[in-house]
Design a protein around this ligand. Structure first.
Ligand code: MN
Ligand code: MN
Length: 465
């Protein structure tokens, strides 16, 4: 009998981590697989913050959202959006309670690490044409050479007109790349530290090699490229001064593994939380508290700038929602709560030594709840309160969410931040949740379909409570 009693005691008292996929069961896994088919399309459509913002708004309009108008009154169940400078999106479903009693916010970011063009990008060197770049976000630079790149973005002319560029994605499109040294001649390069293998100023994108037909002047390859760009886009070299052009991996999202349990793609961080966030909002019915989704830009460079979450646009939006009902925006914020939805580092058995396994997120462990982020002594964290974490725990368990907790790696190994602190600074209760990612910030990141789906279910349950 003692054995049986001990077993019961063990189950009652101890907290045991279980494989999420085994716990979820085949029906849930099938739902996860189906959910992720559309997520993969979203990744392929929205490879930059502008494209992800446009696609989120397109899907929102299809789901009945209308552009928020100041001075107009909206009733419970009304769906509104606001697009901030084409790079960040705010969505809301008006709840049954007054906004002043607080809103439920899910905040994710839609910018990803990439290679940006400099303002004077085009040059010719030894009869090859290149773009000069300045990388965006925290990358291992060597990972971005010798992969196919596509070019996305906008060129704004002095007359106010704007050209949209998206080349390297469609069948038959040319693609671009950053070259690397052949191993035969890399003896000295291979002795360098990984940060110096491809220094920032060598991240030059190869874009052409033929001189202009019949031309004998200097920089004829460059001139030929500019001629082609002028024919295709109607731009001149000077127009690069007011352009935002971003090189991103040219391939599409694919299933990974014989069991197709994972997705490999560029830009999971953080579209893998952005997509579940707005889908959860589309499916949450008429919530008690007004539901707000914020899809932010500039997280990867520190959330500064007027489209990053250190800016006031989320605060202004909630003020506008409250004031629309004659309420007080400041009180609305103080009564609000938020899931800051961003990725976490999945435990990688190949690099186990940088993780503390008891407090790491596992692939297929479900949505990760991260009480605090930060590096070396929690620096830069907003650290969710125990009270708020308990509330979220209860919401997740009541909705049968497969979830886990983690922090990002070993205490002194490094660390990272999210947008949580900027929302917390508005006097809002915030905790980080999101999807565990393998090879985070690499041009090909890997996530589990179950974890993506559980992030959707978790945000939906949060809105519905
Ligand atoms: Mn992120
Ligand atoms: Mn990131």
């Amino acid at each position: 009998m003692a054995d049986k009693e001990n077993k019961e005691l063990r189950e009652k008292l101890l907290f045991e981590k279980k494989n999420g996929a085994a716990k979820a069961g085949s029906e849930v896994l099938a739902a996860a697989d189906e959910f992720c088919e559309d997520y993969k399309l979203f990744l392929d459509t929205g490879k930059t913050e502008r494209e992800a913002a446009a696609e989120a708004v397109r899907q929102a309009k299809e789901a009945g959202f209308v552009e928020f108008e100041n001075g107009k009154k909206y009733a419970a169940g009304d769906k509104v959006y606001r697009l901030n400078r084409e790079k960040a999106v705010l969505l809301a479903v008006i709840g049954k309670q007054p906004v002043e009693q607080g809103v439920r916010i899910a905040a994710a970011h839609i910018d990803s690490p990439r290679i940006d063009l400099k303002q004077n990008p085009l040059y010719e060197n030894d009869e090859l044409a290149y773009f000069k770049t300045h990388y965006y976000g925290g990358i291992k630079k060597y990972q971005w050479s010798v992969i196919p790149l596509a070019l996305h973005g906008v060129v704004c002319r002095k007359d106010g007109s704007k050209v949209t560029v998206r080349i390297g994605e469609d069948a038959g499109d040319p693609q671009f790349c950053i070259t690397d040294l052949l191993p035969h001649l890399a003896a000295e390069q291979m002795r360098k530290g990984a940060a110096d293998i491809i220094p920032g100023e060598k991240l030059n994108i190869l874009i052409g090699s033929r001189p202009l037909d019949g031309d004998s002047g200097k920089d004829s390859v460059k001139l030929n490229i500019m001629k082609l760009l002028n024919e295709k886009y109607g731009i001149i070299e000077e127009d690069f001064l007011s352009a935002e052009l971003e090189a991103v991996p040219a391939y599409k999202a694919v299933d990974v593994g014989f069991d197709r349990s994972m997705i490999g793609a560029y830009g999971h961080d953080d579209r893998v939380c952005a997509y579940p966030a707005f889908k959860a909002m589309f499916d949450c019915g008429v919530p008690e508290k007004t539901a707000v989704v914020c899809l932010a830009d500039k997280e990867e460079t520190g959330s500064d700038g007027n489209t990053g979450l250190a800016s006031s646009y989320l605060e202004y939006f909630i003020h506008d929602l409250a004031e629309m009902q004659g309420g007080c925006g400041r009180r609305a914020l103080s009564n609000s709560s938020c899931l800051s939805a961003d990725v976490n580092a999945a435990f990688d058995p190949n690099f186990a030594d940088v993780f503390e396994k008891r407090n790491s997120s596992l692939v297929n462990g479900g949505v990760v709840l991260t009480k605090f982020t930060g590096a070396r002594g929690k620096s830069g964290t907003s650290d969710a309160s125990a009270e708020y974490v308990a509330e979220i725990r209860s919401i997740f368990d009541n909705a049968d969410i497969v979830w886990q907790t983690a922090e990002l790696g070993k205490v002194d190994a490094g660390g990272g931040g999210t947008v949580a602190l900027y929302v917390a600074n508005l006097d809002v209760d915030v905790v980080d949740i999101g999807v565990p990612v393998l090879s985070m910030h690499a041009p090909f990141e890997v996530v589990s379909k179950l974890d993506v789906y559980m992030t959707y279910k978790a945000i939906k349950a949060f809105f519905e409570n």
